[in-house]
Design a protein around this ligand. Structure first.
Ligand code: NAD
Length: 296
């Protein structure tokens, strides 16, 4: 059944996600601060909302895809925001990658207004958003998860219920902390191999079938050659930008500090990615950290 979906944040990710909802036959009311993003949405068959309050009042479902927790808090809880203007029963889906604390605070405020909400951050990048093959990591109650399913299915391929409110964000930052740490580990091994005169292809062939095997090595090898599909073969054009990895590592550190978890390697990974980003790596793929470690 076609619904009216309000979509706020029509950027690199939100733009194509909203297009997939339009293609599936939903009426999609879009809002963004950027005129260019709004025009692209209208060209793709979406409608333009005049503001957040109008969008919220008219929608059965609202999806947000925003930069950070402060934007999400403002747009949901601020004056003229979603919670003030949406009807009771409106389904709320926040797909932004934000801090766990903000996700839980906003979800609790939505519950008070009888609006079911899920935090549903994604992995899969712009390619996955365009193809409708994103992975959604979802936090929220069973009923909200079930209600969100038909919409998430349109935008994604793998939908995982990670638990209660905030657990989607928790899953996302824990996964990406593993990824950041493992990419640094794999990169250090290639740099050491170079110094020792061990060919990169030989290290790849051996470690990819030995105990050093991991995704950062076999699906995203940080040096050119062994895996032709990896960004290393395209001068580290992202892919997954180092700036995005740094954002997720910082969110993981924030969560570690508030929850009291010991994550010394996560802290070190955040520090190394900050240095890499501050020395020209910001726009490079996150696997480009190998060049920073090599000192080249
Ligand atoms: P983006 O900057 O391209 O898009 C964000 C959009 O939000 C922009 O168009 C901006 O104008 C809009 N916006 C900001 N404040 C607003 C407001 N107050 N009202 C209305 N619109 C507002 O970012 P993106 O790459 O689309 O990322 C969005 C989220 O998805 C982020 O949380 C990011 O961490 C996450 N994410 C991104 C990727 C990726 O590969 N780009 C992958 C996974 C997750």
């Amino acid at each position: 059944m076609a619904s009216t979906v309000g979509f706020i944040g029509l950027g690199n990710m939100g733009g194509p996600m909203a297009v997939n909802l339009v293609k599936a036959g939903h009426r999609v009311l879009g809002f963004d601060l950027s005129d260019a993003a709004l025009s692209a949405h209208v060209e793709a068959g979406g409608e333009k909302a005049d503001g957040i309050s109008d969008l919220a009042a008219a929608s059965d479902v609202i999806v947000t895809m925003l930069p950070a927790g402060k934007h999400v808090r403002q747009i949901y809880q601020g004056e003229g925001g979603i919670l003030q203007n949406a009807k009771a029963g409106t389904l709320l889906i926040d797909s932004s990658t934000i801090d766990v604390e903000s996700a839980r605070v906003v979800s609790a405020a939505a519950a008070e207004m009888n609006m079911p909400m899920v935090d549903a951050p994604v992995s899969g990048g712009v390619g996955g958003a365009t193809a409708g093959t994103l992975t959604f990591m979802v936090g929220g109650g069973d009923e909200a998860f079930a209600a969100a399913g038909p919409f998430l299915d349109i935008m994604g391929k793998t939908i995982v219920h990670a638990g209660g409110a905030g657990n989607g964000q928790a899953a996302k930052i824990c996964n990406n902390m593993i990824l950041g740490i493992s990419m640094i580990g794999v990169s250090e091994a290639f740099v050491l191999a170079e110094k020792l005169g061990l060919d990169a292809q030989k290290l790849f062939d051996i470690s990819s079938t030995a105990s050093g095997q991991c995704w950062s090595l076999t699906s995203y090898c940080p040096v050119p050659g062994p895996l032709p599909s990896s960004p290393a073969n395209r001068d580290y054009e992202p892919g997954f930008a180092a700036a995005m990895m740094l954002k997720d590592l910082k969110l993981a550190q924030e969560a570690a500090n508030t929850s009291g978890a010991a994550t010394p390697l996560g802290a070190e990974a955040a520090a190394l990615y900050a240095l890499f980003c501050n020395t020209g790596g910001n726009e490079k793929d996150f696997s480009g950290i190998v060049n920073f470690l090599r000192g080249s």
